[in-house]
Design a protein around this ligand. Structure first.
Ligand code: AMP
Length: 226
């Protein structure tokens, strides 16, 4: 059987998680699974789950664990025989436990970005809500100010990205992520990367993955617990 490789990436809002995930998926041929993408897809399709999660996603709040688990677990089961990279899930300990009951991760990447850097990036951040495309007015501005490059639709700034809400938001992220990080640390699969620039962190992540993907054996995902 071909070796499977399953990884997750964790990082606070503004950590460059989306950019790094896409680079990993492209460079190492891993299927890219983004919980934010699945949520936006359900919202756009107006499914029952989509209606339920809309008010959380629009406000940048965490969707309840049971809803997230119901959304993600069936998709992961379908990909039992694939290698993948999970972006945005698990975000809480309950989600990590639900994931554990479906399959074991081989590796977790945690991005440790200084608070000042996150604050600078987020306060300049504008989003196209339907697609999740993110622009930064400083280093990645849209072609037309205030408009999405692909659809031309208006960009919005999350209430939570406004400076006054940022401290609370980042603190909340830290509190919720800590037990998840501790769990993966105790399992010996956590790798943390620190820095202020995505392009400087990337070579370290890339060499770690080159080493792991070449050598690491893996087992298929199990059926979930009843
Ligand atoms: P992202 O694209 O990962 O930034 O996610 C966009 C939004 O979807 C987040 O701000 C949350 O509202 C929601 N979300 C994504 N993943 C999760 C998760 N694992 N648990 C709870 N909420 C989530």
């Amino acid at each position: 059987m071909a070796k499977l490789f399953r990884a997750a990436i964790m990082g606070p809002p503004g950590s460059g998680k989306g950019t790094i995930s896409k680079r990993i998926a492209e460079s190492f041929g891993l299927q890219y699974l983004s919980s934010g993408h699945y949520l936006r897809e359900s919202i756009a399709a107006n499914t029952e789950a989509g209606i339920l999660v809309k008010r959380y996603v629009e406000r940048g709040l965490l969707v309840p664990d049971n809803v997230m688990t119901r959304l993600m677990v069936p998709r992961l089961e379908q990909l039992r025989n694939h290698s993948w990279l999970l972006d945005g899930f698990p975000r809480t300990l309950a989600q990590a436990q639900a994931l554990n009951s479906v399959c074991e991760l081989d590796l977790v990447i945690s991005l440790n970005i200084p608070y000042e850097t996150l604050k600078d990036r987020l306060s300049d951040r504008w989003i196209h809500p339907a697609s999740g495309r993110v622009y930064n007015m400083g280093f990645n501005p849209p072609q037309v100010q205030g408009r999405d490059d692909i659809t031309g639709e208006p960009l919005i700034q999350h209430e939570d990205d406004k400076p006054e809400a940022l401290v609370a938001r980042l603190r909340h992220y830290k509190d919720v992520a800590k037990p998840v990080i501790d769990l993966y640390k105790s399992q010996g699969i956590l790798h943390s990367f620190s820095g202020t620039e995505t392009d400087r962190i990337w070579p370290y992540i890339s060499s770690l993955l080159s080493a792991k993907i070449d050598t690491q054996p893996s087992t298929p995902c199990q059926n979930p617990m009843p």
